[in-house]
Write a protein that binds this ligand. Structure first.
Ligand code: PXP
Length: 252
């Protein structure tokens, strides 16, 4: 089975920094450590309200990722402001996400079906600038088809509902995993590269990582939390080991 890459989202290093208005902990230092520990690339979400990652963080992350030849995955709402920032930085990848100010985190996928007319031209302009564009969507075949029709090369499947169901020991977990598998198959059938992310921890990474069509996982909050106890490098190494073990078991 093909290798599964790990992108590390460092947003919540900035959350801790911003809680005290200090200059530490520095998300750029976390990005350097993540790359050294085996993350393939760095993911950061510049939210409209700048609650964690700042414009200056994106400037600095773009510089270090370029210097190290590693991908920066810029998570962005579909707004003129974010599009202009993406086009100014030309990150390796942009992941289009829905954003509501009052949400605690990205609660659901982007509705590409409903938002088709607004999203398609943005996808086209970003792709035209050489950015690999991903749509962060729920595991729904209609959303997969709409993301492909909009011209995105990648879909990232929202694993949040599945991960939460696992944590709550809900009987919905197996149905939600089936939906993720079906959406991944459909994405690959349409020629899209398939990624997944949101809410993944050491337990939920295992059933997600075995989905054969997946090429990349983006994981943040759990890793940054775990870093408090064991350090960021070891947390990333353990996550990567679990991903590799799960892929190997399935391939055997
Ligand atoms: N992928 C996307 C598109 C996201 O918006 C997020 C959260 O910012 C993640 C992955 C990572 O989710 P988590 O921080 O829960 O691991």
């Amino acid at each position: 089975m093909t290798k599964l890459r790990l992108g590390v989202n460092i947003d919540h290093v900035a959350t801790v920094r911003n809680a005290r208005g200090e200059g530490y902990p520095d998300p750029v230092r976390a990005a350097e450590m993540a790359l050294a520990a085996g993350a393939v690339g760095i993911t950061a979400h510049l939210r409209e309200d700048r609650r964690h990652i700042s414009d200056a963080d994106i400037d600095a992350l773009a510089v270090i990722c370029r210097k190290r030849g590693r991908p920066l995955n810029f998570e962005m709402a579909v707004t003129p402001e974010m599009e202009a920032i993406a086009l100014a930085h030309l990150p390796h990848a942009a992941c289009l996400v829905p954003e509501r100010r009052e949400e605690v985190t990205t609660e659901g996928g982007l509705d590409v079906v409903k938002g088709h007319n607004a999203i398609t031209p943005v996808v086209r302009r970003l792709v035209g600038a050489g950015i690999r564009v991903s749509c962060f969507i729920d595991a729904d075949p209609a959303q997969v088809a709409a993301a492909a029709a909009a011209g995105s090369q990648v879909i990232e499947l929202h694993t949040g509902a599945f991960c939460q169901a696992v944590r709550e020991r809900s009987p919905d977990a197996s149905r939600l995993l089936d939906n993720l598998c079906a959406a991944a198959r459909e994405g690959a059938r349409l020629g899209l590269e398939v990624h997944a992310g949101h809410g993944i921890d050491y337990e939920t990474v295992k059933p997600v990582a075995v989905i054969p069509q997946l090429r990349e996982l983006n994981i943040g909050h759990f890793l940054i939390g775990e870093a408090i106890f064991i350090g960021l490098g070891p947390a990333i190494q353990r996550m990567r080991a679990l991903m590799e073990e799960s892929r190997a078991v399935n391939a055997a």
